[in-house]
Structures are given as structure tokens and as C-alpha cells.
Design a protein around this ligand. Sequence first.
Ligand code: NAD
Length: 260
Amino acid sequence: MQLEGKVALITGAASGIGKRIAEVYAKNGAAIAIADLNLAGAQATAKEITDAGGKAIGVAMNVTDEAEVDDGVAEVIKQLGKVDILISNAGIQIVKPIEEFSLAEWKKMLAIHLDGAFLTTRACIKDMYRRGDGGAVIYMGSVHSHEASKLKAPYCAAKHGLLGLARVLAKEGGPKGVRANVICPGFVRTPLVEKQIPEQAREFGISEDEVIRTIMLKDTVDAKFTTVDDVANLALFLAAFETNALTGQSITVSHGWHMQ
Ligand code: NAD
């Protein structure tokens, strides 16, 4: 019960990595706000957690919408009392060569990954600073916060950008006990990645099996996917860490694909 008495707001937690973090945090005693574009999915995840004996609510939130983020965070504070931990995790992927990206697609990617991280951070740290009990902000970066891959220009640009936001928050929040770190996973078989396998096969003119073997797992030490549990366990470690000794960092969980 490493998070007893804590409240965690997790964006994009109706699915994939965010959902598993919500489950692991709830098992460790935290009350969870599942903030997602997909309200039905958020409510379904919240129900699974409460049915298992935990505490969770679903909140409708498009992380790119300033008013929805501010209102959503206010609602979480009204219902759960505070926000101790923010996991900025909502994300999507669009894969294509740079010359084929429309400006609208580029902006959409940056809005979800970067505007979303900024808006949720701003809303949550106001509560953390006001209460004076500190807090933890965790950004879901990626190996693509450090590495590049073909077809992923806006994703790589946005994920690299999260490092800058986290480092500034580490400096500004440090004196107030608010830590900021970035988790950088390798490929995890969530809906976001399942969708990419046929898309990359088409773009590169190779089979889906080749996408997995020659692109996704090529540089890992053991040809294995990272799992939602791997990422959730790291997220638990970071949220439960008690001092500012661990802040402003990015930690990669990728079967050795990227080594810092
Ligand atoms: P997923 O598709 O399973 O889940 C993403 C969730 O985000 C969904 O519930 C979706 O409804 C929500 N979402 C999308 N747009 C939103 C918006 N505008 N506002 C609020 N919610 C929104 O994907 P996942 O693989 O679990 O990805 C979660 C995060 O992990 C993303 O930031 C992704 O970039 C990152 N990541 C994933 C992998 C991977 O291999 N799956 C690797 C590295 C990083």
C-alpha cells in the first residue's frame, strides 16, 4: 500500500498503459481519477477498480481543451479532495513520412501530447502548491523522447518536448516538493501499437511480422515487448519515491532498446 491516502489523476487511463497504472495505483491504496476522451471507457475502468475494492471515478476530459481540463481537475478535487499525483499519459499515434503530414495532423499530435501535458500540469500543480504537501508529476514519454524512427516526426518532436517541460517543472516545483519525471517505454502491445503494425507494414512494403522483428523489437536485448505491468511498476516506484533526489529525470523501460 505504497500510495495509501494519495489521489492520482491519470489521463488516457480508459485503455492500455494508463489503465494498468490506474489498477496498480488503486491496489496500492490511491484513489484514482480516470480522465479520458472516452468517458464510457473511463467509467468502465473506474467500475472495474471499485468492484475490486478500490476507489476510482471516471472524468470526461479532452486534454487539448483548456476549459475541459480546468473543469475536470476542479471536479476531481471536489469529489476526491485533492490531486497528489498527475500521470500525463493520454496519447495517439499517426505514422507517415514528413512530406505527407498535413499541418492539421502535426498540430493534433502536438496538441494531445504537449498542450495536454501543459494544461493538466498547470491545473494540478496549482492544487499541489496551494496545499503545500508536494506531489509527483509523471509524463508518459517514450523511447522516442530520445531516439528517432522514420514516419514519426510529430510524435518524436512531442515526446522530446516533454523532457523540457519535466525539467522546468522539476526546477520550479522542487522548492515546493513537487517532483517531475518522464517514463520512456519501448513498444507495448496496446491498441495504439496494434494499429501501427499494419500501417507500418503498408508504408514500408513488408509483412506485419517483419515490422515486429525488424523495426519494433530489432534493438531490444531479448526481442521482447515491454508490458503494461513493466510501465505501471515503474510509475508506482516514481510516485512513491519520497524525496526530491529523484526529479527531472527520464527513465527508459524498453528491454534495452535505448540505453541512457
Ligand atoms: P492507448 O491507445 O491504449 O490509450 C490511449 C488513451 O488515451 C485512450 O484511452 C484514449 O481515449 C486516450 N486519449 C486519446 N486522446 C485523448 C485526448 N485528447 N484527451 C484525453 N484522452 C485521450 O495507448 P497507450 O499505448 O496506452 O498509450 C498511452 C501513452 O503511452 C501515450 O502517451 C503513448 O504515446 C505512450 N507510449 C506508448 C507506447 C506503446 O508502445 N504503446 C510506447 C511509448 C509511449
